[in-house]
Design a protein around this ligand. Structure first.
Ligand SMILES: Cc1ncc(COP(=O)(O)O)c(C=O)c1O
Length: 375
């Protein structure tokens, strides 16, 4: 059994993927081939955004977003304490401070009350300028945008949706990656929409932002093209090969993979109800279940479950073992007395189970039996 079974997905889509790879090899247009534009158009239409600008990975996508937001020295970028380092890593590289906020105890996403508390604390101290909020749809589960957007508006902050894990999910009828001035995603192989290497994208409705993204991703090119460099940019493009691979994978995600993930999560939820804390999705929302993360009663029980799963050869992971504020790299970030109670609690009890659209009913049962035995 695989934790995320990319081989099973390839077997299902092999003919299309192979044909697409072959057509790129035949055409030999490895950079900015027609498949890149085709993919961008399809993804923008799916998400309901005017623009999709592909790039080399999800971290670059965030870096571009921070550059456009003007994040720099002396700025504060707010971000949930439970995420992957990429969510604020590029902002740190620009000299900004990462100001972490607690997560909610149920969705495990950015807690709106903690966000506002941290913004007020930054303003009260008067040393940093609040600049941007990174709302992370962690584990594929959308943030509470109805609560977060008014806070960003109230304090004039740029909202960036980090949808690295949530492509295919939705919040109250609107697809993830449709929120904020800019939203970013990742096509890292294990993501809900993953390619066969690194890839990422930025989504926006704003024509000016879209033009800036396209310029920054190609060495700050100007209207005159690649050698008309008008700003400092990056070399961050999605390879034609990766776009060609993503096209059939995107269709599979939209046609049946998101639904198949709901079936697996539903089965786990039913089996574990009342026995451990199962993931919570807000009303009217759809998680894409990038991960299925449950909570044990405490760390000891979590470690017992993991040991038992290991004994039964059932793959498992911890997403994430350490909250951001406790990472060595962030040890000097200002915390303003925030206790990160929910993030600490979550990280000490969480365990993730095999989750992908090709997980058979028999495999699901093996996972369920093993967890229940351990419990
Ligand atoms: C929440 C989050 N943001 C950003 C990223 C960065 O994506 P990439 O690995 O494509 O750079 C990841 C990848 O793991 C992620 O999980």
């Amino acid at each position: 059994m695989q934790f995320i079974d990319l081989k099973a997905q390839y077997a299902a889509l092999k003919d299309e993927i192979n044909a697409n790879i072959q057509s790129v090899l035949d055409a030999a247009q490895f950079i900015s081939g027609p498949q890149v534009k085709e993919l961008e158009q399809q993804l923008a239409a799916f998400v309901g955004r005017k623009h999709c600008i592909s790039c080399a990975n999800g971290t670059d996508a965030l870096q571009v977003a921070f550059m456009i937001a003007g994040v720099g020295e002396g700025d504060a970028v707010f971000c949930p304490d439970m995420t992957f380092i990429s969510s604020t890593e590029p902002a740190k590289m620009f000299g900004a401070a990462s100001v972490f906020c607690d997560i909610t105890p149920d969705t495990y996403t950015l807690c709106p009350e903690s966000l506002e508390r941290q913004i007020k604390a930054v303003l009260a101290e008067g040393k940093l300028t609040p600049k941007a909020v990174v709302a992370v749809d962690i584990l594929g589960n959308p943030c509470d945008y109805d609560a977060i957007i008014p806070i960003c508006e109230k304090y004039g902050l740029v909202l960036i949706e980090d949808g690295a894990q949530s492509f295919g999910a939705s919040y109250k009828g609107k697809k993830c990656c449709a929120f904020g001035q800019m939203a970013t995603t990742s096509f890292f192989p294990a993501k809900p929409l993953g390619c066969y290497g690194d890839g990422g994208a930025i989504f926006t409705d704003d024509d000016t932002i879209a033009d800036l993204c396209r310029s920054i991703c190609v060495h700050g090119k100007g209207p005159g093209g690649k050698y008309d460099n008008i700003r400092v940019g990056m070399n961050s493009r999605l390879d034609t090969l990766q776009a060609a691979i993503l096209l059939p994978k995107f269709r599979a995600l939209a046609d049946y993979e998101v639904d198949a993930r709901q079936v697996v999560a539903g089965r786990y939820n039913t089996a574990f109800a009342g026995k451990c804390v199962t993931p919570f999705v807000l009303d009217g929302c759809v998680s894409v279940w990038a991960q299925y993360a449950a909570l044990a009663a405490d760390t000891e029980q979590r470690d017992r479950i993991i040991a038992h799963l290991k004994e039964k050869n059932i793959p498992n992971m911890i997403y994430y073992p350490t909250p951001q504020h406790a990472l060595p790299v962030f040890k000097n970030e200002p915390t303003y007395g925030e206790e990160f109670k929910n993030a600490n609690d979550y990280c000490s009890r969480t365990f993730s189970l095999p989750m992908h659209p090709y997980l058979s009913a028999e495999e699901q049962q093996l996972v369920i039996d093993a967890v229940l035995e351990a419990l």
